[in-house]
Design a protein around this ligand. Structure first.
Ligand SMILES: *Cc1c(COP(=O)(O)O)cnc(C)c1O
Length: 354
């Protein structure tokens, strides 16, 4: 028998959302709207270059990102999705005896990446389904290596104010790497004033991650990026797959970054539909957390009720994300889709709860 190494043999595969065959997916936080038309033109133009390996330094893409966010291009790394960057960061900075700390309902891939790296992963309580900076600071131990903070949170959609993140960084030991995953930040950048979090990378101990998968509507292109201290960028690069992002994906992402108007329209339309859907859900007695993202977390009065609603949605051709795997069996997470889909979802919820 061919045996895998022990830590691989015992780990469960990463649980992607159930894709549900013909069901309309409201399960993966994909964009309700298509990407920038300029990204589509760019992909078409670059398809003829498929004979060649892609630019291993993502030069034009980094240029586009650095211009928009006013960042030093040398501090930008790009990944095949931000998942690749998360995996490489955890492999580079944690491991056996080097703890990764996250919160109770944090992004599930961090648990998988920690298992891959054989790093202990600890999750702290999230009172009110919001990350507690004080809980993190109260749990600093000598073996703490990486703190992972998803802000806004997935699957909660809630957010910690920038001032709390600045305080967290100030009070964490400087040999603890802080990774701030801002996969949904474009949905609340306008409200927050963006740059003070990126500036933390200048300290040398903090990484800020973003993605093209959500607000830029390019989940299928697999492009994530982050602002890294140069020394950390150097280490993580050793672990990235060389030539990790296909040429067409790089050019789509660069074009999407240069079309901020299109991204802002996606954010505005999504937010409008999200807020109307949240109101309809509250009107029929569902507890809906305020969301700063393109999804909402629906909380029912029991796990049983959530399961029954899930079945009713599936019978009607709709698939939300069950949250039992996240320790929230009384919740369903609903990605915001276009208005007709949300109206259909509202009708099913009304019927199921009446
Ligand atoms: C969607 C998501 C990502 C992005 O993953 P990609 O690999 O860039 O598609 C990262 N973190 C969180 C919390 C997410 O929800």
């Amino acid at each position: 028998m061919i045996r895998p190494v022990q830590h691989v043999a015992t780990m469960a595969p990463y649980a992607l959302a159930d894709l549900g065959g013909d069901l309309i997916s409201m399960a993966q936080n994909e964009s309700a709207f298509p990407p920038s038309p300029k990204a589509l033109v760019a992909a078409h133009e670059e398809a003829s270059q498929a004979r060649l390996y892609p630019d291993p330094d993502w030069s034009d893409l980094r240029q586009a990102i650095s211009e928009k966010h006013v960042l030093d291009p040398n501090m930008i790394l790009c990944g095949a999705g931000s998942m690749e960057l998360i995996g490489c960061l955890i492999r580079a900075y944690s491991g056996p005896g080097r703890v990764v700390l996250g919160s109770a309902y944090s992004y599930a891939f961090v648990a998988t990446a920690s298992l891959q790296a054989q790093a202990p992963y600890r999750q702290l309580p999230e009172p009110g389904l919001t990350v507690s900076v004080d809980a993190i600071l109260d749990n600093v131990t000598p073996d703490l290596a990486v703190v992972f903070l998803c802000n806004p949170g997935n699957p909660t959609g809630t957010m910690v104010p920038n001032a709390d993140i600045l305080r967290l960084r100030e009070d964490l030991p400087s040999d603890v790497l802080l990774v701030i995953d801002q996969a949904y930040a474009e949905f609340c950048d306008a409200a927050q004033g963006p740059s003070e979090i990126f500036a933390l990378a200048g300290r040398g101990d903090t990484v800020v991650l973003r993605t093209f998968s959500k607000a830029y509507a390019l989940a299928g292109a697999r492009v994530g990026w982050g602002c890294f201290p140069p020394a950390i960028a150097g280490e993580v690069r050793k672990l990235l797959n060389p030539n990790n992002i296909p040429t067409a994906s790089q050019s789509m992402a660069a074009a999407a970054m240069r079309d901020q108007d299109h991204m802002r329209r996606i954010v505005a339309r999504t937010g409008h539909i999200r807020d109307a859907f949240s109101e309809s859900c509250r009107a029929i007695g569902i507890d809906v957390l305020p969301s700063n993202t393109n999804f909402v977390l629906l909380r029912f009065d029991s796990a049983d009720r959530a399961a029954r609603v899930d079945r009713a949605l599936r019978r009607s051709g709709l698939l939300m994300r069950g949250m039992a795997g996240y320790g929230l069996p009384d919740c369903l997470r609903a990605t915001i889709c276009d208005a007709p889909v949300m109206e259909r979802a509202t009708a099913v919820l009304k019927e199921a709860l009446s």
